[in-house]
Design a protein around this ligand. Sequence first.
Ligand SMILES: [Zn+2]
Length: 369
Amino acid sequence: MKLRNMKVAEIISALQNLSPELLQESYDNAGLIVGDPKSEVSGALVCLDSTEDVVQEAIEKKCNLIIAHHPIIFGGLTSLTGKNHVERTVMLAIKHDIAIYAAHTNLDNVQEGVNRKIGNLLGVQNMQILDPKKNLLRKLVTFVPVAHAETIRSALFNAGAGHIGQYDQCSFNTSGEGSFRGGEETKPFVGVRGETHFEKEIRIETIFESFRQGSVIAALLNAHPYEEVAYDIYPLENEHPGIGAGMFGELPEAIDFRTFVAQVKKTFGSGAIKSTTPRSDKVKKVAWCGGAGSFLIKKAIASEADVYITGDIKYHEFFDADGQIAILDIGHYESEQFTMDLIAEKLKEKFPKFAVHLTKVKTNPVIYY
Ligand SMILES: [Zn+2]
């Protein structure tokens, strides 16, 4: 098969479809970190951490784009002299015209992201987000002439509005009468300039995610026949069931705790698993969060899970299990490593003729003796 080159921006756009950059946490630095979005790339190398060795591998494999989970630059860089591994990695990438992109907490926070991948490997069913995000949903209310209601609804739905759980095209429509009077410079779609006009209209209400506001409003303005489009945007308090941190679900059958831990150790290739005392001999309900997940211990307990699988638990945080859950620290790298497959699979699916490689470098800085 003849492979084709692509623009960095095209790859980013596909990754943004999976996990919009706007969904990253405030402390994060996901996105394009090194490189020009307009530049052409002949291949991408996917990794968890963009290290110097990974950049070296990209040079050898002629990949001029590295897609990592962890951003190489987190704090501000004040110089580029090569005095530490971050500076050296960035300098090496720039020197060889290699772009570096990171999909980090935005990929943690989406339904089809890091944690779904982990859940599939655990064999868990009925997966739900452990800590759904608030302040992500908005309501759009607009007023449209009756004959245009269907066109405008479709335009809004096509722009991503109207999703509630497993349902799409959700809206509420009420009939009423709008009034308006056009000023001197106007060309009213209906009615006469300077005269009060009453028009039978439909009030369309629908819901959308805040990061889609630009495209939703653009679609509305494009589809609506009026010169001045009346619309209201309301912030909503509702949680977004499909976006947030961590996940929980159930194993098809309850299994013995020790058997479960052994399975997890094997699946994730952990050198050692640290665990608190299990609350029972059996495991049925499981909660997990790829990476450093101590911030979700309380949520994991509230989900009534038997175990909480994550990484980077500190000594004092293990006490927070409090006999109510078994906290399993399987290692940060170990918990997130399959994120690489997730990114590569999505890109190959979208661009079958573009070269996507998984790094051969094991970037885990931790060794178990
Ligand atoms: Zn991580």
